[in-house]
Design a protein around this ligand. Structure first.
Ligand code: TNX
Length: 637
């Protein structure tokens, strides 16, 4: 049986017919096979008395995990303890994660339990962008712990970009940002991850997204360029017709391979700005001479060269979906620009990792990610993309979302898709995320993605998922509500303000990142990154930064008793009496007005839905998350 990743409460815990309550005072491991130190360590961390844990692991693994290892396991409660069986350490580690969830969220002793579990996809990843904002090692270690609890198995580190270079190159120290990891730190991360069944895949993004490199090494590009703190697509690009560039990449990737033992290396390849290459006479002559066609063909040439370098290092290579081209080497394609690049990759016989639908930087609620099943047909997935534009929650960004339809150019109709769907990756780009804000941003929605990648295709009941999500998010290392509360307290909010702020959410999609001017420019077809409101130096220290992107308080309004609604309405009407941070004053006033409208409805039965709906937002960078569930609640009552 295939079961849930996020919380194994459903559907699997089945009462074993003869189960008697567990009478355990201590946990004692009885090895039925060779002792497995990794399993012993994880079991020792469980804060529970499990009795005798009989562990049988056919293949005890001491190295790093790889794609396609056997991750299946079985668990069973016995009268005096638990039986855990797995073909490999990797499967046994998942069994311990399941046990940890059960011990925390349920009463193990009351459950006769029989679980037979395995993942649906073997690549269940998370990208963390450590380049735009540096993410300290201790945060990454907790990210790994959270991934392990969700049975995810690939941490993709986006190590380099225009704004930062976080890999500690000894050969090219001039590239390395002031804030970067040490080799020992990265090795510790790799070990910490492997001990939890997680691979670490490094990304060195080339040939675009390299302004940080070229500011230090202009000889690898075509023009002198300053360092940048701005976001957006930059023109800086490596010179693809310079042997010194390939020599440097050979040296750099050797260093990367020495630190990251995984079979895969990611070479980026996204958003290569055409300006430098198309305006350079020598490169145009090179394109002509080599019959490459255009700058896209030139990127395919570059990719073939880089693929060759990595192949000689024994690596397999992943690239973003812009690498798709008739002249491309055999790369694994990571889809991100909407659903259709998945089928373009699969139609070319390539392996594919799906990330469109799982962008955690877009502030989407979990249900959006939860229903995006990566094995659905292209037509079903594009229909889901289109549906977001008519979803009330995304009305304020519907025009921007419609702009992404251009990504469907070149879509193929699936006649035969011979490539392999390896799995998927959630992505957390960090323009608006730093070490202090990452965990709330990430863990609030990651369980939805993890469950999508692990569980059976039919596990799609969002209400059921949300019923399990709240308790799960209270577990370490997630502790969403606790972290949110202490960070809002540190901003000076009192308890009433924190409770009210929990009915707000950040605006959706790229509305924060682009701001009004750049958003309008993008829709009009001329992106103006200089008009973006945020840079690397903008402090991420306001309420909007610490709030969970999805308000579970708001969701709970759908089922609230009338008496509770009355109390809430009364509390909201008084919100303007509080001293609010400047950017929260407007949404707080709107919530107060909604309180008055709700009170009026509850007293008179008058239809106030139109007025409540008109207060939804945006109010600066906030939406009143309470509005959509309230409208639903009022429609139903
Ligand atoms: C596009 S997604 C990018 C990233 C940005 C993201 C959000 C992808 C492969 N490239 O460099 O962080 O948009 O702005």
């Amino acid at each position: 049986m295939n079961t849930d990743a996020a919380c194994p409460a459903t559907p699997f815990p089945q009462r074993v017919a003869s189960a008697v309550p567990l009478q355990a005072a201590t946990t004692e491991i009885l090895w039925q096979s060779a002792e497995d130190p990794r399993i012993a360590a994880r079991l020792a961390e469980l804060d529970a008395d499990l009795g005798q844990v009989r562990v049988s692991v056919d293949a005890v693994e001491s190295g790093v995990p790889q794609l396609d290892v056997d991750e299946s396991y079985t668990l069973e409660t016995l009268s005096d303890g638990v039986r855990l069986q797995a073909a490999t350490t990797w499967g046994a580690l998942h069994a311990v994660s399941t046990l940890r969830q059960i011990c925390t969220l349920h009463d193990l002793s009351a459950h006769g339990l029989s679980v037979e579990d395995h993942p649906r996809f073997s690549w269940r990843g998370l990208l963390v962008d450590v380049a735009r904002h540096f993410i300290p090692l201790d945060v990454l270690l907790r990210v790994v712990d959270g991934m392990a609890l969700l049975k995810m198995n690939v941490l993709h580190l986006h190590l380099t970009d225009d704004q930062g270079f976080r890999f500690p190159s000894a050969a090219f120290p001039e590239l390395v940002s002031d804030e970067a990891y040490g080799v020992a730190e990265l090795s510790m991360l790799v070990t910490h991850a492997a001990d939890r069944g997680i691979r670490v895949v490094p990304e060195i993004d080339v040939p675009g997204h390299v302004q940080s490199w070229l500011a230090a090494r202009p000889d690898w590009g075509l023009h002198e360029i300053d360092p940048t703190r701005r976001f957006g697509v930059h023109k800086a690009c490596l010179n693809p017709n310079d042997e010194a560039v390939y020599a440097a990449l050979t040296t750099l990737f050797k260093e990367v391979a020495a630190v990251f033992p995984d079979d895969y290396v990611h070479i980026g390849g996204d958003e290569v700005h055409p300006a430098w290459w198309s305006e350079d006479a020598a490169l145009q002559a090179f394109i002509e001479e080599q019959g490459l066609g255009d700058v896209r063909g030139l990127q395919a040439y570059f990719n073939r060269r880089v693929h060759g370098i990595l192949e000689r290092l024994g690596k397999r290579v992943v690239g973003w979906d812009e690498v798709l081209h008739p002249g491309m080497p055999k790369l694994t394609v990571q889809n991100w620009r909407g659903a259709t690049t998945r089928d373009r990759a699969l139609a070319d016989g390539l392996a594919c990792i799906v990330s469109s639908g799982f962008y955690l930087d877009l502030f989407y609620p979990a249900d959006v990610h939860y229903r995006y099943d990566i094995a659905l047909s292209q037509a079903e997935l594009t229909a889901q993309e289109d549906a977001l534009q008519t979803d009330l929650r995304f009305q304020h960004v519907a025009d921007g979302m419609a702009w992404t339809r251009q990504w469907r150019d070149g879509a193929v109709e699936a006649e035969s898709l011979s490539g392999r769907l390896l799995g998927g990756e959630a992505c957390l780009w960090s323009e608006l995320v730093d070490g202090a804000t990452l965990e709330t941003r990430l863990f609030s929605r990651l369980p939805a993605v993890a469950e999508r990648f692990w569980s059976a295709a039919g596990t799609l009941d969002a209400d059921n998922f949300y019923a399990r999500l709240g308790p799960l998010l209270a577990m370490p290392p997630f502790v969403i509500a606790l972290r949110e509360e202490s960070q809002l307290q540190a901003l000076g909010l009192n308890a009433a303000q924190i409770a009210a702020a929990r009915y707000l959410e950040p605006v959706k999609w790229y509305a924060r990142l682009l701001g009004e001017t750049a958003l309008a420019a993008r829709i009009a077809g001329s992106e103006m990154p200089q008009a973006r409101p945020y840079t690397c130096d903008t402090p991420l220290n306001r309420v909007v930064d610490f709030l969970s992107p999805e308000s579970l308080s708001a969701r709970a309004l759908r089922d609230m008793e009338v008496s509770e609604l009355e109390q809430l309405a009364a509390v909201w009407t008084r919100l303007e009496d509080e001293a609010w941070p400047e950017d929260v004053a407007a949404p707080a006033a709107a919530l107060a007005e909604i309180g008055r409208l709700l009170a009026r409805y509850l007293q008179t039965g008058e239809d106030v839905r139109g007025e409540i709906g008109s207060l939804y937002g945006p109010h600066g960078e906030y939406m009143i998350a309470a509005v959509p569930p309230l409208l639903e609640r009022l429609a139903g009552s």
